[in-house]
Design a protein around this ligand. Structure first.
Ligand SMILES: Cc1cc2nc3c(=O)[nH]c(=O)nc-3n(C[C@H](O)[C@H](O)[C@H](O)COP(=O)(O)OP(=O)(O)OC[C@H]3O[C@@H](n4cnc5c(N)ncnc54)[C@H](O)[C@@H]3O)c2cc1C
Length: 480
């Protein structure tokens, strides 16, 4: 309140800087900046501000001083130049889905790319170029029309940008690799506001760093991906009681299943779905979320394998378009919930870890909460650990311990459950986890998340962003 009053009197805009100070920007400076844009500039007194400042995770209820909704790469260049000139605290928003809330900031400048949704599919070359504001729903919809797809997130509203920059896991990962493994090139606005393309031949170091290293190196205005022949798949959820044998069955299945089987293991409270008997609604259950993208002839075999994992409580596994399997959880996780997630990589699913999952899975605090185990073997393992910034090429599973809840009154017990669960899992996991499943209090794990690749990331950060303009992320620190 005090700050707002001061702003009015001085008619200057106070904006936070990257060194945690404030800078007063006068009207003419702001006006010149606005004139350089084709997109929208939204200040706190704008009627659109309340909507524009929201991010997916309600835990991060922040009030930026300025929000720019970029209309294209030229706006991105203007915003980065302006932020750099004045040392402004800058948050970059792709889909705005990040758990850690790095798509917004308090009193700084937000660069929101969500209006940048251009997509061009090349069916001959089997590639797609998509702008940084696209969601996986946008991209899957466009490529499905041509019988093509690439690895992406399992919820359609997640942004392609943040997900790809952190690695990118989904149903197709075992068959096609991580999202970042399918990246062919990217257009990036770097901290000095240069617009560069990086790929296997040009700006190779930058191309290496953005495949797992997050938003540390610049703003990606568009991503070019390799596509695979994927149209309709055989998939959906199968619910089981939370029993050790079901876990073990899943572990064995994934050890031998063809790579075209993407099957995630989850723990949650039974949702009120018509194919799940009512007595399981709201009760702790295990779920295997399947996406078989192999030959149709093998559908029956896949179903038999699933049904052998344990007593099936309810099932909806059927042929459906690939984009549809990535919308099945959308309604369960609308924008505006509170989230506090933890990420772990694991080389296996030993019995000790299964015991921990059963203990915490049996007292899941909220219907929206889920633990999700993503298999990341197969094609993900055929990339060398130093080939991209994403370091854990020997991990077979990536676990998201994911408390999500609608009522802020429930925050304490959800956060406590998530923290304790995550701590209990640690002995059975690697030191690092997937950066995209981390919460804001996980900055201490950045080194472990990149392990042998960390030093190279620091060097590349020094080259492309020595002042740490891009610091609102899982931050690679230049002075470390
Ligand atoms: C419900 C839910 C489901 C999820 N499912 C999956 C899943 O299936 N697979 C998976 O791998 N992950 C999944 N995630 C995690 C997801 O990968 C991250 O939340 C990811 O950061 C989201 O990207 P975004 O662009 O929407 O996020 P944002 O919050 O916009 O951005 C996240 C980070 O990336 C940076 N960034 C965003 N856009 C750009 C850009 N264009 N250039 C440079 N930096 C940028 C931001 O500054 C921020 O640091 C899920 C998350 C949620 C909440």
């Amino acid at each position: 309140m005090k700050k707002a009053a001061r702003r009015e009197v001085m008619s200057d805009l106070l904006v936070k800087t990257i060194t945690a100070g404030d800078i007063a920007l006068d009207d003419s400076t702001i006006q010149r900046f606005e004139e350089s844009l084709r997109g929208e500039m939204i200040k706190q007194d704008d009627g659109r501000y309340e909507e524009a400042r929201k991010v997916y995770n309600a835990m991060h209820d922040r009030r930026p001083a300025l929000i720019v909704q970029a209309a294209g790469p030229a706006d991105v260049i203007s915003v980065v130049r302006f932020a750099r000139e004045h040392d402004l605290l800058l948050a970059v928003r792709g889909g705005g889905h990040g758990i850690a809330g790095y798509a917004t900031c308090e009193d700084g400048l937000v660069l929101d790319l969500r209006r940048m949704k251009g997509i061009r599919v090349d069916p001959e070359q089997r590639t797609v170029r998509a702008e940084g504001g696209c969601t996986w729903g946008d991209l899957n919809h466009s490529t499905y029309a041509l019988g093509l797809a690439t690895t992406g997130g399992i919820i359609s509203t997640t942004g392609i940008a943040g997900l790809t920059l952190g690695g990118g896991m989904g149903y197709l990962a075992r068959r096609c690799g991580l999202s970042c493994d399918n990246l062919i090139s990217a257009d990036v606005v770097t901290a000095d506001s240069s617009f560069v393309t990086c790929d296997a031949d040009q700006n190779k170091d930058l191309f290496w760093a953005i495949r797992g290293g997050g938003g540390n190196f610049g703003v990606v205005t568009s991503f070019e991906y390799r596509l695979h022949q994927v149209a309709d798949i055989f998939g959906g959820p199968t619910f089981f009681p939370i029993e050790a044998d079901v876990f073990r069955g899943y572990r064995d299945l994934m050890a031998e299943a063809p790579e075209a089987l993407g099957a995630l293991f989850g723990l949650t409270l039974g949702p009120p779905l018509p194919f799940l008997p009512e007595r399981w609604h709201g009760q702790p259950v295990a779920v295997v979320l399947t996406c078989w993208s192999g030959p149709t002839d093998d559908d029956k075999k896949i179903l038999e394998r699933l049904n052998h994992l344990g007593p099936v409580l309810g099932q909806h596994v059927t042929r459906m378009p690939y984009p549809a399997v990535n919308t099945l959880l959308d309604d369960l996780l609308p924008a505006g919930l509170y989230h506090y997630w933890k990420g772990h990589f694991a080389k296996g699913l030993p019995d000790g870890a299964i015991d921990v999952h059963i203990e915490y899975g049996s007292r899941i605090p909220c219907p929206q909460t889920a633990t999700l185990i993503f298999p990341i073997d197969g094609a993900c393992h055929r990339v060398r650990p130093d080939e991209t910034a994403f370091a854990y090429r020997d991990a077979r599973f990536s676990t998201a311990v994911g408390p999500s809840w609608p009522d802020p009154e429930d925050s304490e017990r959800n956060i406590e459950w998530g923290r304790n669960y995550s701590e209990a899992l640690r002995p059975y996991c690697e030191d690092g986890g997937y950066v995209n499943f981390m919460s804001a209090d996980d900055q201490g794990r950045v080194f472990a998340n990149y392990r042998q690749n960390y030093d190279r990331l620091v060097q590349i950060k020094m080259k492309y962003d020595s002042t740490n303009l891009f610091q609102i992320n899982q931050n690679i620190k230049v002075d470390s």
